[in-house]
Design a protein. Structure first.
Length: 277
């Protein structure tokens, strides 16, 4: 089996963990493929390496695993995340569970399909596109005041927020920023879009859940005189203008996460989140 090993060597603890993971995989007979060592993450040839592999292993925290899962999904590959970070909600194994890598090589695993969002910023004839496995965030700059955000679904008005911003998340992302902003947890087996306002100036504003075929659009007249930014999975983004229209839909692409341990989504919640009280 050819295994693409994707590691963010800049993250704390990853370099030390990489040797142990590679040794364990090689002892099991795996052929390891690595992106070029460039000092940058991700390396420029990551997609090429993924296409040459059968599966991918991502070492790092949730950010590394999310990024690798999106790249792998675009290449039609599944990803096993190995947690080298703090929470590791997206990881399939911890560093003290490397003995279970034999299940990967022998094909004794299942795959969880996770929704991905396609995001388009329409700006005249110059459109920018992003993908998100966790969430898209439209929010004010650090020195800006509260902003106005107009939300539509298939061009039908839904709500106008006066807030610090809004989060549109997948079920996977419902346990991330949206949860911190007061949003609900959604089972990732469901296909739905979750919208959660950030610090809304209202007594009754709550999160909203949309059908998987929703086409959400966000505009903001506040962007003409306030700093407003869009970010996708906290790794890429742009400044928004008052003329921009942000369109968010479910992608036809699905991320494939490898699951080795017989732990349910709710078991992971109890293990990873409940202990953080």
């Amino acid at each position: 089996m050819r295994v693409a090993v994707i590691a963010n060597s800049k993250a704390a603890g990853v370099s030390a963990a990489l040797d142990g993971v590679c040794r364990a995989l090689q002892e099991l007979g795996a052929e390891l493929l690595f992106p070029a060592v460039s000092g940058e993450f991700p390396a420029a040839d990551t997609d090429e390496v993924l296409l040459q592999s059968d599966v991918a292993v991502a070492l790092g925290g949730d950010g590394t695993i999310i990024h690798t899962a999106k790249r792998a999904a675009n290449c039609g590959r599944a990803v096993l995340g190995i947690n080298c970070g703090h929470l590791g909600f997206m990881a399939g194994l911890e560093l003290d569970e490397l003995s279970q890598l034999s299940a990967l090589i022998e094909g004794r695993y299942t795959e969880e399909l996770r929704m991905v969002l396609d995001v388009t910023v329409e700006r005249g004839e110059e459109n920018r596109r992003f993908t998100a496995l966790n969430e898209v965030v439209i929010s004010r700059g650090s020195l800006s005041r509260m902003i106005e955000l107009n939300i539509r679904n298939h061009d039908e008005p839904v709500v106008t927020y006066h807030a610090d911003g809004v989060i549109v998340a997948t079920p996977t992302g419902s346990t991330a920023y949206s949860l911190s902003a007061g949003g609900p947890i959604i089972d990732p087996a469901l296909d739905a879009l979750l919208m959660t306002p950030i610090c809304p100036h209202s007594l009754f504003t709550r999160s909203m859940i949309f059908h998987r075929d929703a086409s959400l659009s966000v505009t903001s007249p506040s962007a003409d005189h306030e700093e407003i930014f869009l970010t996708a999975d906290s790794e890429e983004g742009m400044r928004i203008t008052g003329q921009d229209k942000i369109v968010i839909v479910r992608s036809s692409m699905m991320a494939r996460l490898i699951k080795i341990k017989p732990v349910s989504f709710y078991g992971v919640i109890n293990q990873k989140l409940m202990n953080r009280r």
